[in-house]
Design a protein around this ligand. Structure first.
Ligand SMILES: Cc1cc2nc3c(=O)[nH]c(=O)nc-3n(C[C@H](O)[C@H](O)[C@H](O)COP(=O)(O)O)c2cc1C
Length: 137
């Protein structure tokens, strides 16, 4: 049994092309593995908050100094746990104004944590394996 993390991020709901492509991909994966576990986020209809002072501070490693920072850290921890639990990640990434949807970027902003999910090296940023990462929580 495998687990997939599914992220869709279109603003266009039922009219979305990328959402449909992702649904089709997930249906194919289910055919291959009927016991597939699916963790899914519709970031278009249920957006993760964009970074602000409190969330950026908490996600960058400072001890949470207030309830907003604690909530932001908890959300980041939860999203990283989902990422680590997944064997496969399926991402629907529509292009809006020459870049990814800001709702999808907000997800990346919450899971990219130096020392936890990536580290800096002479060769540039590298993914941290869970074994050598600092605890996310
Ligand atoms: C607000 C907006 C901005 C867009 N900007 C671009 C763009 O910069 N480049 C491009 O090739 N297509 C652009 N498109 C077209 C979308 O990539 C296309 O409609 C795609 O199907 C969007 O994915 P979705 O249907 O899953 O939302 C834009 C569409 C919208 C609604």
């Amino acid at each position: 049994m495998s687990t997939i993390l599914v992220l869709i991020s279109s603003a266009l709901g039922e009219a979305s092309v990328s959402n449909q492509l992702v649904h089709d991909a997930v249906a194919q994966l289910r055919l291959q593995d009927p016991a597939l576990q699916v963790i899914a986020h519709d970031l278009g209809s249920s957006p993760i908050p964009h970074l602000n002072f409190d969330s950026a501070t908490a996600i960058r490693g400072a001890e949470p100094a207030n309830a907003e920072q604690a909530a932001a850290r908890a959300l980041s921890d939860e999203l990283i746990d989902e990422l680590r639990a997944a064997d496969t990640i399926v991402i629907g990434a529509p292009m809006y104004n020459f870049g990814m949807a800001s709702t999808l970027k907000a997800w990346f902003d919450h899971v990219l944590r130096a020392g936890v999910t990536f580290s800096y090296s002479e060769a540039g940023p590298e993914a941290c394996s869970p074994a050598n990462a600092q605890s996310s929580s």
